[in-house]
Unconditional design. Structure first.
Length: 438
């Protein structure tokens, strides 16, 4: 448990803490919640703050917003650590908050990483939230639907905070250089390109960006006039990344994701892992890579190995839960699996062929035989007439035609010769032979 104090020594705080916004207008990002006339801003300005959960990735302002709410509403602000606070500590603070309430003092209790609280700890808050003894603000990087008790969750508003853009973080970095809370009293020589590199490296995490800036400026070269000069070499050494060699929005970004995709397609796991590492070590969003692998699983493997899509989806979910740097091994597992899996682009080709016909024949009517007939009029018009229910037949097959008349005989799916598609090809040939003989 931590209670804010008037006697904290701000000079010894990390840059990210010193630069923490103290009012809404200083907050960068989250305009969908705190922009003009947006829901959270209205709640704060009307001083009608309910218990709430802030759900979002690290470093996007969850703690900052909680502190601002306490300031704006003139409430006592108490923070809990989900790691060190037990039920005994929770109940003691709740009793103090109840006493404060009776004296007209509102208490905001902020619980960081609330998903780490067990059920008993979460339940300890319930009666005090219900009575209004406290306003509970929980922060979590995990989906509250799965990690927070339903009883507690039902008494809280959930606000989803979004990852900050590189432009958002760039604003914060420039503010830290010029603001007296940061390096405003120093002469700092750092290029726009290097600031952008730091912003890109942070991957949407403002705290990470400001911590990196603090370290970089601390290690800067001090010139004769006292100016602290930040060079490309210092940036690279401090970040331990070749961030200047990879522009997440430029050509090299697309070159490297193309190299990863084509290495997997070429069944080259070593090259695939290398290009994966190039992206992740340069600060690429792991979820972007995971989404590309999901696409690859169907575009280049498809029915040749139906487990490929399962692996890709599972890896995406694992990356979402864990984040960098730990999720790098999940992505490595995925690209190696995709590289070694049998390949087929038959599903992709089938869709492209069907799409071409669909675009040219958008007004092609659905055959009457496979239309539903929920009304008498539709039945009288022939909807569903002659429909054959495959499950009622011995072979679970019928000779009913499902394509529009002008496309009868058209073939879109051409199975490959790898993995499971050998079996699918045999099955398709059996179906076609049955239809010929019936």
């Amino acid at each position: 448990m931590e209670q804010s104090s008037l006697f904290e020594n701000k000079g010894n705080e990390p840059l990210a803490s010193r630069m923490r916004p103290t009012k809404l207008d200083e907050v960068v990002g989250q305009t969908h919640l705190i922009g003009e006339n947006k829901i959270l801003r209205k709640i704060i300005e009307s001083d009608n703050v309910p218990s709430m959960i802030f759900w979002g990735p690290p470093g996007v302002g969850k703690t900052t917003l909680a502190r601002i709410i306490a300031n704006e509403t003139k409430s006592e602000f108490i923070t809990f650590s989900a790691v060190t606070s037990g039920i005994k500590e929770i109940k003691k603070v709740m009793e103090d908050a109840e006493a404060n309430r009776k004296m007209g003092i509102r208490t905001i209790v902020f619980v960081d990483e609330i998903h780490r609280f067990n059920k008993a700890q979460q339940d300890a808050f319930l009666p005090y939230v219900e009575k209004g003894s406290i306003v509970l603000i929980g922060a979590t990087t995990e989906n509250p639907s799965f990690e927070i008790n339903n009883a507690l969750l039902s008494r809280c508003r959930v606000f989803v905070l979004k990852e900050l853009s590189s432009d958002d973080i760039l604003v914060l970095l420039k503010r830290a250089i010029h603001d007296e809370r940061g390096f405003g009293k120093e002469k700092i020589d750092i290029s726009e390109e290097n600031l952008k590199a730091i912003a890109d490296f942070a991957n949407g995490d403002a705290r990470s960006a400001l911590t990196s800036l603090d370290m970089i400026i601390t290690n800067g070269e001090i010139e004769e006039d006292g100016t602290i000069k930040v060079t490309d070499e210092i940036i690279e050494n401090c970040l331990s990344k070749k961030t200047l060699l990879y522009d997440k929005n430029g050509e090299e970004h697309y070159n490297i994701i193309s190299a990863l995709h084509k290495s997997m397609r070429n069944s080259d796991p070593d090259a695939a892992v290398y290009w994966l590492a190039r992206m992740l070590e340069a600060g690429e969003d792991p979820l972007y890579v995971a989404r590309r692998i999901v696409r690859f699983a169907s575009e280049d493997i498809g029915l040749a190995d139906t487990n490929a899509l399962n692996v890709a989806i599972n890896v995406y979910q694992a990356c979402h839960f864990i984040g960098m740097p730990e999720c790098n091994v999940y992505l490595a597992e995925a690209v190696i699996y995709m590289s070694l899996a049998p390949k087929s682009n038959a599903c992709d080709v089938a869709y492209m062929l069907a799409s071409s016909d669909a675009k040219k024949m958008l007004d092609e009517p659905v055959p009457l035989v496979i239309r539903n007939a929920p009304t008498k009029l539709m039945k009288d018009l022939g909807y569903g007439k002659g429909y054959q229910y495959a499950h009622d037949t011995k072979d679970k097959l019928t000779n009913m035609e499902c394509l529009p008349e002008s496309l009868i005989g058209r073939t879109y799916y051409h199975p490959g010769t790898q993995g499971n598609e050998v079996r699918f090809k045999q099955r398709l040939e059996q179906i076609k032979e049955w239809k010929k003989t019936h």
